[in-house]
Design a binder for this molecule. Structure first.
Ligand SMILES: Cc1cc2nc3c(=O)[nH]c(=O)nc-3n(C[C@H](O)[C@H](O)[C@H](O)COP(=O)(O)OP(=O)(O)OC[C@H]3O[C@@H](n4cnc5c(N)ncnc54)[C@H](O)[C@@H]3O)c2cc1C
Length: 479
């Protein structure tokens, strides 16, 4: 590839803070709250115009498998406060419970617009300074320390200095752009490499469904339509006739009583020579995913009673990249850790998500076959950069562990731990690597977060053991 040289220039230092959180998804929200509530001067930068990350930008508006005896902390607080305020969605079709992904399994669904506003207020309440439309594009690195991050905005570039930086970009963007070792980079043993990526996920909204009519149709066709994963026969036939452009062979419909339907089905597989973060891949993905949505909607409109007058109401601002980079941490959580090791002395939170992964050929795999396990603090600490932590989907995980720990609930929990750790580091003038883990664990426990499986009541663990035995499996899921 040809290269041009960008001239050096002076950057104004716009802010100088204790803790800089990059990314406003569940990881970033947890991190910013954790840092600010523990006394750190905290700034959060987000490249789009709202908080929530994938929960609001790409419509994954839920907290999966919430169990207050297992997680607690900010997840408990936020879900309860939203419920009291009317932001939690309760009219979830019962077929979602039957499919293993409903309120009975602890999934808390919320209104994405309510959540955006709620988070604005939550940040203001905690004293977190938020900057929207601020894209962190690089860093000023001195040896093993990030002195500042470079942020791109409508008014040009500026620098933000911080004592501790938390990468909550969902794709380890800051670690990668700072030249720190990351997982997902060619040359490191933990992949994923070109040709092994999981592709893009995507959800969209249809409006104008005649719910009554659709419910009657569902009742008439229970095996095909009154299911969490539905439409298999119609999709199969339409594909065979060349009447449908869709990667997957089914659809998940989350229809509300007001006629708004959350639709999960379009998916995009990458070419063997592509990485998901490449702009050409993202552009091709966007165009293809929209084409699938329009093709699927046409099929539903023409064949499924209730959809006759429906319309595509909203599509997301970006696809879910699934596997970007992740920091290369002091420990890489592995599938073996999740299934066999289970507990760690430096545990900072508990996760009950099993791996939920896609293969390069577009197939999906989910099986509730893992009982709760610890996430160690070392997964949050960069091996190379002294003042860099990560939270959410950017923490140090192998492929299978990533496929589980990336989820919204564990992302917010690792965020709470990273933010709290950062504040303690600032307070005691130590780097994240040197932080006394016991002090962190005590602080987290005092703020309601379970830090280890060892603290989870026996009956709760038993409940997950039963689920694992039944191995509740969702095959060929449309996500
Ligand atoms: C269609 C779909 C369905 C899903 N279903 C579920 C589900 O049912 N349950 C569940 O728990 N999870 C689900 N997920 C996955 C889940 O949403 C993510 O794994 C989770 O949001 C990861 O959290 P995060 O905070 O690490 O990253 P994200 O939510 O991705 O947030 C990262 C944020 O950082 C910002 N950002 C990135 N780079 C920069 C930068 N350089 N500078 C500034 N800002 C930056 C982004 O704009 C974004 O707001 C789903 C995702 C999608 C898209």
């Amino acid at each position: 590839m040809n290269h041009d040289i960008e001239p050096a220039r002076q950057l104004p230092v716009r802010y100088d803070v204790d803790v800089l959180v990059v990314g406003g998804g569940p990881g970033g929200v947890g991190a910013a709250l954790g840092a600010a509530r523990n006394g750190a001067k905290t700034l959060l930068v987000e490249r789009f115009g709202c908080l929530g990350g994938s929960q609001t930008l790409t419509y994954s508006s839920s907290f999966s498998f919430v169990n207050n005896e297992l997680q607690g902390g900010f997840v408990k607080e936020i879900t309860e406060r939203m419920d009291r305020g009317g932001g939690v969605v309760h009219d979830i079709p019962e077929k979602w419970d039957r499919g293993g992904w409903g309120p009975k399994q602890g999934v808390v669904f919320f209104d994405g617009e309510y959540y955006k506003h709620f988070l604005d207020n939550l940040m203001a309440e905690a004293g977190v300074k938020v900057l929207f439309h601020a894209f962190a594009v690089g860093s000023i690195r001195e040896g093993n320390v990030l002195k500042a991050l470079i942020v791109e905005s409508r008014e040009g570039r500026f620098a933000i200095r911080a004592k501790v930086i938390i990468d909550c970009t969902g794709i380890g963007d800051i670690a990668w752009k700072s030249g720190a070792p990351v997982i997902g980079q060619e040359g490191f043993p933990d992949g994923p490499y070109k040709g092994q990526h999981m592709g893009y996920g995507w959800a969209f909204f249809i409006g104008g469904l005649d719910v009554k009519k659709y419910r009657a149709f569902e009742r008439e066709h229970p095996r095909e339509w009154n299911q969490y994963i539905s439409g298999r026969e119609l999709i199969k036939q339409a594909k065979a006739k060349g009447n449908l452009y869709l990667l997957r062979n089914s659809v998940i419909l989350g229809e509300r009583e007001n006629g708004r339907v959350w639709v999960l089905s379009p998916g995009y597989t990458l070419k063997p020579d592509q990485h998901p973060w490449e702009v050409e891949a993202m552009t091709a993905g966007e165009i293809d995913l929209r084409k699938q949505a329009w093709s699927l909607h046409k099929l539903l409109k023409e064949n499924v009673p209730g959809f006759e007058n429906s319309y595509i109401e909203q599509t997301p601002v970006q696809p879910l990249l699934r596997d970007g980079h992740r920091i290369r941490g002091e420990h890489i959580l592995t599938e073996h850790d999740m299934t066999t090791v289970k507990t760690f002395d430096d545990a900072i939170t508990v996760c009950n998500m099993p791996p939920d992964y896609f293969l390069p050929n577009g197939t999906h795999h989910f099986e509730f076959n893992v009982t709760p396990y610890d996430i160690p603090y070392r997964c949050l600490i960069s091996t190379e950069i002294d003042n860099l932590l990560a939270a959410g989907a950017s923490v140090s995980l192998d492929f299978k562990a990533w496929a589980a720990v990336r989820y919204n609930t564990p992302s917010m929990c690792t965020g709470q731990a990273a933010g709290t750790a950062a504040a303690l580091c600032v307070k005691t003038s130590v780097s994240p690597k040197r932080l006394e883990v016991r002090t962190l664990q005590d602080k987290l426990r005092s703020q309601g977060l379970r830090t280890s499986v060892k603290e989870v009541p026996e009956n709760v663990i038993k409940q997950y053991e039963r689920m694992a035995k039944e191995a509740l499996a969702i095959e060929d899921f449309a996500g």
